[in-house]
Design a protein around this ligand. Structure first.
Ligand code: CP
Ligand code: NVA
Length: 334
């Protein structure tokens, strides 16, 4: 994972991560490289104290399994203390303004992970806390997911630049937008395959294309899944209905059913052989009727055949949330 541009001096101390655009290419490379080191250390049974005596707040407006677990375990592994807080139990944004809450939390905690609805909330927290604030998912972005995603791709292929990644599904959601920016930054060709109703904001596509112009990545929008995945090394999908959009289930199922990731779509890559193709999903996933909700609504973005099949790396990807969260906290706090 070491490349020429990683040799530049990188210092992320004191920095927040609100969106993928906050990180330069060398900074992103540095985080991926540190993730690799920390993962290897953990596998060798070596844990450190790089975050000893740090106090970390984990604040959630929305549900979470991976993000909460990843930051908790990562923090404990390196000697930090964490406090989980459900935003519903706090004054933030209700009886107290976000800048006021941010300043209070920043006087007590060394770092703050925040998952919420409005992107503006995490922007304000980062602006006013005076300590690193990490966006653990907002309606617009999921940058800590992108760190694990890019790391998982690199872990599988040994490289990133020049690979083809096809994201198939809800093209305007947080995961898709952060991934598009991350791919653009690291030279990964990115196709966002989505219906015309679910396009990412023009502003983000322009931002991604400007970044891609520096790395040689191509950023494309495509409506036809069979065309979009041709030559893909990575097929990525996410749920059709994100948290906070539950009223849209029926509409989304109708729009996105033709975008389901299934065995035919993998074949259409022309790369469906060991070592040439992987399937990723940030999780949680609806794969066939694996939950009551997917059974009732018909929302199934991936078939069991793919999810459980030989190209799937979704549980490595989930584990990598922890190693990459650790790298982010170590780099910004230590
Ligand atoms: N991928 C992800 O962010 O999962 P959680 O919602 O479980 O945190
Ligand atoms: N797009 C999904 C991601 C969940 C990790 C959501 O926002 O619900």
């Amino acid at each position: 994972m070491s490349k020429n541009h990683t040799t530049q001096h990188v210092c992320l101390a004191g920095r927040s991560l609100v969106g993928v655009g906050d990180l330069s290419r060398p900074e992103l490379d540095h985080l991926l490289s540190l993730t690799k080191t920390l993962k290897a250390e953990k596998k060798a049974g070596k844990l450190g104290d790089r975050l000893r005596r740090k106090n970390i707040a984990l604040i959630f407006e929305k549900l979470s399994t991976r993000t909460r677990s990843a930051f908790t375990v990562a923090a404990f592994d390196e000697g930090a203390n964490v406090s989980y807080m459900n935003a519903n139990d706090m004054h933030v944004g209700k009886k107290e303004s976000i800048p006021d809450s941010a300043r209070v939390l920043g006087r007590m905690f060394d770092g703050i992970l925040f998952r919420g609805y409005a992107h503006r909330t995490v922007e304000l927290l980062a602006r006013h806390a005076g300590v690193p604030v990490w966006n653990g998912l907002s309606d617009e972005e999921h940058p800590t997911q992108t760190l694990a995603d890019l790391f998982t791709v690199e872990e599988n292929f040994g490289t990133l630049a020049g690979l083809n990644l096809a994201y198939v599904g809800d093209g305007r959601n947080n995961v898709a937008c952060s991934l598009m920016l991350g791919c653009a930054k690291l030279g990964v060709h990115f196709v966002n395959c989505t219906p015309p109703e679910l396009l990412p904001a023009d502003r983000l596509v322009e931002q991604a294309r400007a970044l891609a112009a520096q790395t040689g990545a191509r950023i494309a929008i495509e409506h036809d899944p069979l065309k979009a995945v041709r030559g893909a090394h990575v097929i990525y999908t996410d749920v059709w209905v994100s948290m906070g959009e539950e009223a849209l289930f029926n509409e989304r199922v109708t729009l996105l059913r033709p975008y389901q990731v299934n065995a035919d779509l993998l074949q259409a890559t022309g790369n469906a052989e060991a070592g040439k193709l992987i399937f990723l999903h940030c999780l949680p996933a609806f794969h066939d009727a694996n939950t009551e909700l997917s059974k009732r609504t018909g929302a199934m973005e991936v078939t069991d055949e793919v999810f459980e099949g030989p190209f799937s790396r979704v549980f490595d990807q989930a584990e990598n949330r922890m190693h990459s969260a650790k790298a982010l906290m170590v780099a910004t706090l230590a």
